[in-house]
Write a new protein. Structure first.
Length: 93
């Protein structure tokens, strides 16, 4: 694995845990996630497209209540978690 990127994946995973626990705002998590340019650069371009798309939807969902949003924030968090797992696997390959 790109050992220099392990802390970035770990930090994002921890940020996601904090976001789920309402200990971190969507805006703070999104800022942290968007700052991981080295991580995204180390992955195939499609990973970055998916990650940024998920973040865009997460930010949009934060503007509305769960009921009025066209997608579930909890489902988005699940997708972000799955992305982190797949990115870790890709970097380990």
């Amino acid at each position: 694995m790109h050992s220099a990127l392990s802390p970035a994946l770990h930090a994002l995973s921890q940020g996601l845990v904090q976001l789920r626990a309402d200990a971190l705002t969507v805006a703070a998590f999104s800022a942290q996630a968007r700052a991981q340019e080295a991580l995204l650069a180390a992955l195939p371009p499609r990973y970055g497209e998916v990650w940024l798309g998920l973040l865009d939807r997460l930010e949009s969902s934060a503007l509305f209540s769960e009921e009025s949003c066209s997608f579930s924030q909890s489902a988005l968090l699940d997708n972000l978690e799955a992305w982190l797992q797949k990115a870790g696997e890709k970097l380990n390959a």
